[in-house]
Design a protein around this ligand. Structure first.
Ligand code: FO1
Length: 312
C-alpha cells in the first residue's frame, strides 16, 4: 500500500532508471513505487529476460554498467564466448553475472511464482527499499512493423539485432487486451501523492505500460497530480531511437510534441532548459510547463531533477 505521500513512477529503461536512482535520494525510497515496462521482455536460451526491470534494479542498486546503461558492472562474458562454439544465440549479450538473474527468475516462474513476486525478491536481494512492480504479470510484447514492406519483428530484434537502424511504420503491444495490471499497480496509482512519467521512450517504454487495461484510465483520472519529464531534448532523444520513432509514427519529436502526446495524461511537463523557448507552446498544449536541467549527467543532476519532479 503506497502511503498518501507516495510517488508512483512509470518507468522504462535507462532514463527512468537514472531518475529513480536520484529519486531515492530525494524522498524515502519506501514511498516510491516504480511501475516498469515489460514490453521489452524476451525468452532466450529458455530464460525469461526482463531488461527494463533489471536496468531499474541494477541502476538503483549502483551495480549497472554505466557505459552501456544496461547489464552489470565488472561483467565477464565466458558463457557467451562458450556459446559461440555451438553457434548459440549470442546477439543479445548476457553477461555471466547477469545470467544469474535470468536463471533465478526463470526457475521461480517455473515454480509458479508471478513475475511481480520474483521481481520483489530480486529487488530485495539487491537491497532496494523502493517497490519495483512490472506493469503486468501477463505476457505483453512490443512488436515493431518495419517500414518498406512492414515486416513485423520483436522489440529486441528491432532494437538490438537490427541496432534500431530501421524506419518503422507501426508499433503494437501484443497481449495488451488480455493483460491485467500487476498486484499493487492500480493501488499505487490511486494513492500516490504524485505520479511521474519518467523520461523514457513514449512509444516503446511508456506506451506498453499505458496499454495495460486500467492503467491509462487510472492516470487520466489523476492528471493534475501527474508530472511527465520530456525524453526529447533539443529535438533529440538523449539515448536510443525515441526521436526517430516519434517522427516515423507522425508525431513531432520535440518537447511540444511530447506535451501533445501526454495531453490527456500529465498536467505538468518538465522540459530541458535547451527547450525553454517552447514553454509557451507546451502550456498552449494544455500542460503546466517546468523548465529545468533534465540531462542527468551525474547523480547530483538526477537528484536535482527528482527533487523538482516530486515537488513540482
Ligand atoms: N542492449 C543492446 O544494445 N545490446 C545488447 O546486447 C543488450 C543486452 C541486454 C541484456 C540484458 C539487459 O537487461 C538489457 C540488454 N540490452 C542490450 C538493453 C535492452 O535492449 C533494453 O531493452 C534497452 O536498453 C531498451 O530499454
Amino acid at each position: 500500500m503506497t502511503s498518501p505521500d507516495g510517488i508512483a513512477v512509470l518507468a522504462g529503461g535507462v532514463g527512468a532508471a537514472r531518475l529513480l536512482a536520484g529519486m531515492v535520494r530525494a524522498v524515502p525510497p519506501q514511498a516510491i513505487t516504480a511501475i516498469v515496462n515489460v514490453g521489452d521482455d524476451l525468452e532466450l536460451h529458455g530464460l525469461h529476460i526482463s531488461p527494463d526491470i533489471d536496468t531499474v534494479i541494477y541502476t538503483v542498486a549502483g551495480a549497472i554498467d554505466t557505459t552501456r546503461g544496461w547489464g552489470l558492472d565488472d561483467e565477464t562474458w565466458r558463457v557467451m564466448d562458450a556459446l559461440e562454439r555451438y553457434g548459440g544465440e549470442t546477439w543479445f549479450r548476457l553477461g555471466d553475472r547477469d545470467l544469474a538473474t535470468h536463471l533465478y527468475r526463470t526457475h521461480r516462474m517455473s515454480q509458479g511464482a508471478r513475475l511481480s513476486a520474483v521481481t520483489a525478491e530480486i529487488g530485495a536481494a539487491w537491497g532496494l527499499a523502493l517497490r519495483v512492480i512490472p506493469a503486468t504479470d501477463d505476457r505483453l510484447r512490443t512488436m515493431i512493423s518495419l517500414a518498406d514492406g512492414g515486416v513485423e519483428v520483436s522489440f529486441q530484434t528491432y532494437f538490438v539485432r537490427r541496432a534500431h537502424a530501421d524506419s518503422i511504420e507501426a508499433v503494437r503491444y501484443d497481449g495488451d487486451a488480455a493483460a491485467s495490471p500487476a498486484p499493487g499497480v492500480l493501488d499505487a496509482l490511486s494513492t500516490a501523492r504524485t505520479i511521474v512519467i519518467a523520461p523514457s521512450n513514449p512509444i516503446v517504454s511508456i506506451g506498453p505500460v499505458l496499454a495495460v487495461p486500467g492503467i491509462r484510465e487510472a492516470i487520466q483520472a489523476r492528471r493534475t497530480d501527474v508530472v511527465a519529464v520530456s525524453p526529447i531534448v533539443g529535438g533529440r532523444a538523449l539515448k536510443g531511437p525515441a526521436d526517430r520513432m516519434l517522427r516515423d509514427l507522425g508525431h513531432e519529436a520535440s518537447a511540444e510534441g511530447v506535451a501533445r502526446l501526454y495531453a490527456t495524461l500529465a498536467g505538468t511537463l518538465v522540459i530541458d532548459t535547451t527547450d525553454g523557448h517552447l514553454a509557451g507552446a507546451v502550456e498552449a498544449a494544455g500542460a503546466r510547463c517546468i523548465v529545468t536541467n533534465t540531462v542527468m549527467a551525474d547523480a547530483a543532476a538526477a537528484a536535482q531533477l527528482s527533487a523538482t519532479v516530486v515537488n513540482p
